[in-house]
Design a protein around this ligand. Structure first.
Ligand code: FBP
Length: 260
């Protein structure tokens, strides 16, 4: 069965609104507005995001009929920051349950270089096996982290994990950008036919975030998976239009800044 990437990409490009930080970081990222999942879902729907990324519990309670027009990416694994153990993110939701919840794609984090890398790679490979039987794209968060990783943004390491994602069968790789345009071209090249999106990261100033978005798009990447830079913004719809201008309409940073 062919992999239905067109459900989460427009003309081969995509911006995914991430909202799995509640599990990964706890409420420290939230304020009284954005801790309400409906606030986020309204941004995703009215902002015309290419997809929204949710954990299965949030999807079950908030991705109802009203929001069904937003393509859904269900994050299948996750972990908290409550332990200081070696990074290990286990599967918490099956591919079948994600499909029942309405998923157009599934996501999974691999902490490359962790002592538990092997277990995560194996779990990921069986997810790819199942998801691809249904034509469902699989997005891999390729995050070098753990006691064997000295510099998680080292360019050679990012190129290595990009290649690993391709070889593991991922369709899209979500990788942290290291502010190195030339270096990232090598990262994207190593991903081959697997497409690359950059993670949003901590909240930046408008200009910094738009410059980051622009730079990422010069490397051959196809877009962003972004959370805090949108839903922590006091004008989330204006920032949405600005990043769409760069990603989908190939505008410059100066042109995009006009939306803010
Ligand atoms: P942000 O744009 O808010 O950084 O979201 C991207 C994301 O990968 C989320 O999907 C995930 O919850 C979080 O960042 C992971 O953050 P960290 O790198 O701190 O583990």
């Amino acid at each position: 069965m062919s992999i239905q990437l067109n459900k989460i990409l427009k003309n081969g490009r995509g911006i995914f609104l991430a909202y799995d930080q509640g599990m990964e970081h706890g409420p420290r990222d939230f304020n009284s507005k954005n801790c309400d999942p409906t606030y986020l879902m309204d941004i995703a729907l009215e902002g015309h995001y290419d997809a929204v990324i949710l954990q299965h519990g949030t999807a079950e309670k908030y991705y109802q009929d009203y929001y069904k027009d937003i393509p859904l990416i269900v994050k299948l694994n996750g972990k908290t920051q409550l332990t200081k153990l070696e990074p290990y993110s286990r599967q918490l939701c099956t591919v079948e349950r994600a499909i029942k919840l309405g998923a157009s794609a599934v996501g999974y984090t691999i902490y490359n270089g962790s002592e538990h890398e092997g277990e995560m790679m194996q779990e990921f490979a069986s997810i790819v096996d199942k998801a691809h039987d249904y034509g469902l794209p699989v997005i891999a968060w390729m995050y070098p982290r753990g006691k064997f990783v000295e510099d998680k943004l080292d360019n050679d390491l990012l190129a290595y994990v990009a290649r690993l994602g391709l070889e593991l069968g991922a369709d899209i790789l979500k990788i942290n950008y290291n502010n190195n345009i030339e270096g990232w071209k090598w990262v994207v090249k190593n991903a081959g036919k697997a497409k690359v999106v950059a993670s949003g990261g901590d909240k930046l100033s408008d200009r910094e975030f738009l410059q980051k978005t622009y730079d990422v798009m010069q490397t051959g990447a196809i877009g962003l998976a972004v959370g805090r830079n949108i839903w922590q913004h006091d004008k989330p719809f204006s920032m949405t239009k600005a990043i769409q201008a760069i990603v989908h309409h190939k505008k410059t940073v100066e042109e995009a800044l006009k939306f803010l």
